[in-house]
Design a protein around this ligand. Structure first.
Ligand code: ADP
Length: 491
């Protein structure tokens, strides 16, 4: 099977979030299942620099104000199609914003161009390659389905939402430039609260919709978490499903990790201790091997429940635990975390900014990893924690609910628990969860069992890749069935 993926980010070339990880990790995992993916991405400077020998495979004249072409090349084992459109993508700065953080004023045109190019490839613009299925990711690829909606022989479109909070909503005036049929500016098309909604269009025109965990797939059909799209998602719930993300188990493997003080595996968990000592030293925590050390690796935002954590820190310290926080984001949360660390020297240690090595050391050195998110489409840090033997203590939402088995009485008795969950997400329940985890930590056999269960869990891309492959197959089969029904009716 041939799949065209369309996305605005791909690891390791362009990354601002988990989207890039998925787009970069799925193709190699799918290849083992006989699914060949080519990924269309914008020709940002970093992408073109990585493809010095790319060859031109299509020309798209006058694409949103300039001539464009599609280049094909391979890098890091990925089969890429790059939309080379210098007037849209040849700029210093980020993929969505300039260096000062202001959104590019022509983002509507930039990503409509990506979608038009995707639709062109989907409908046969490349001489020697045509996809069976198109897989579009997030709002930046949301219009692909709209652009291929009318032609009869078009491949089915699978649309994946990585975070519903990012919606790509633009002024209605943009519609005239998109080249879509006039009739599509309505509630059953791309219109969204009076403007043009790219994510909304993605949901509207897709043959299949996925998001990155089964629980999040359900949550987003409710008013609480649908962010205005719950009505549409309810209507489309028959084609909506959740497929968990995997982790890159080459990068995140405690047995080979070069960023940590001592490597270990399931049979040598005691060798985590030098990592704990290194982490305590690095963050100015008391060098106490017996202290219950809780780690946090997170964006510092409301979504991640950092205010809930701050409200709970006195309780955590009151239980004799230590807290190691690595985060970047909201300045006010950073200020409050600094104040908490100053109030509890040796018990709370913080580091701010983006630090990949420290993120690894926290997973390898902390006894538990705390994730108090208010909502979490999938979440990766709890998956790393499982793999590294840091017992996850998580809010029971989204992908956190789906990936951690709570250590309740029955799960403990059955020997299947991997962590602790709490809900609702408030300081009281967080404190109770930390108390439950601390009690388990005080029982070395129970704790070792939790760690071993977590480290045995398969958090690789193997299972998710199989799910995507069968979803592509289903989408293809149901489109073929519709086509033959139409043909029969016409006959
Ligand atoms: P989200 O994508 O919503 O931020 P995820 O849990 O899906 O949340 O992914 C977060 C990723 O970013 C993980 O790989 C985590 O290790 C990493 N991360 C978050 N904050 C930092 C930081 N300050 N330094 C290094 N890595 C971080």
């Amino acid at each position: 099977m041939r799949v065209l993926a369309v996305a605005s980010e791909i690891y390791p070339l362009v990354k601002t979030g988990g989207l890039a990880d998925v787009v970069g990790a799925l193709p190699p995992a799918l290849r083992r299942l006989g699914v060949r993916v080519r990924t269309l991405v914008p020709g940002y400077p970093a992408v073109l620099a990585a493809l010095p020998e790319a060859r031109e495979v299509a020309v798209l004249p006058r694409l949103f104000g300039g001539d464009a072409r599609i280049l094909a090349g391979r890098v890091h084992g990925l089969d890429l199609l790059a939309l080379d459109a210098p007037h849209l993508f040849a700029r210093a700065g980020g993929p969505y914003a300039d260096a000062a953080g202001a959104d590019w004023p022509d983002n509507a045109q930039r990503f409509a161009a990506l979608c038009r190019a995707g639709a062109a490839v989907a409908l046969g613009a490349l001489e020697d390659w045509r996809p069976d299925v198109v897989h579009a990711h997030d709002w930046q690829a949301g219009l692909v389905g709209a652009y291929v909606s009318s032609p009869k022989k078009r491949p089915p479109v699978v649309f994946t939402v990585h975070n519903l909070a990012f919606q790509g909503k633009f002024d209605a005036a943009v519609f005239a430039e998109l080249g879509l049929p006039q009739g599509s500016f309505n509630v059953d098309g791309v219109e969204y609260y009076g403007g043009v909604g790219y994510l909304k269009a993605g949901l509207q025109y897709a043959d299949r919709i996925t998001t990155v965990s089964p629980t999040y797939a359900t949550e987003i059909t409710t008013a609480a978490w649908g962010m205005g799209l719950e009505g549409l998602l309810q209507r489309r719930s028959g084609v909506l499903s959740g497929i968990l993300n995997g982790v890159d188990d080459g990068v995140w493997n405690p047995a080979t990790d070069e960023r940590i003080a001592a490597t270990y595996d399931r049979a040598t968990v005691a060798r985590r201790l030098p990592n704990k000592a290194a982490l305590q030293e690095r963050l100015g925590l008391d060098g106490d091997p017996a202290a219950f050390l809780i780690g946090v690796v997170s964006r510092l935002t409301w979504q991640k429940g950092i205010d809930v954590l701050l409200d709970g820190v006195d309780g955590i310290v009151g239980r004799g635990a230590q807290l190691a926080v690595l985060g970047a984001g909201d300045a006010e949360f950073e200020r409050r975390l600094r104040a908490a660390a100053a109030a509890h020297p040796g018990r709370i240690g913080c580091a701010f900014g983006y630090d990949e090595s420290l993120a690894h050391l926290i997973q390898a050195g902390a006894d538990a990893l705390l994730v108090p998110s208010r909502f979490e489409p999938c979440g990766l840090t709890q998956l790393y924690a499982l793999r590294y033997g840091a017992v996850p203590v998580v809010a029971r939402v989204g992908g956190l609910a789906d990936t951690v088995v709570d250590a309740n009485e029955m799960a403990l008795a059955a020997g299947v628990a991997t962590g602790v969950q709490f809900y609702p997400v408030d300081a009281h329940m967080l404190d109770a969860a930390v108390g439950r985890a601390a009690a388990l930590f005080a029982d070395p056999r129970a704790w070792a069992r939790l760690q071993a269960n977590g480290m045995r869990a398969d958090v690789s891309w193997r299972r998710p890749a199989r799910r995507y492959a069968s979803l592509y197959g289903e989408a293809l089969a149901s489109r073929a069935e519709r086509r033959s029904r139409r043909a029969n009716n016409g006959a």
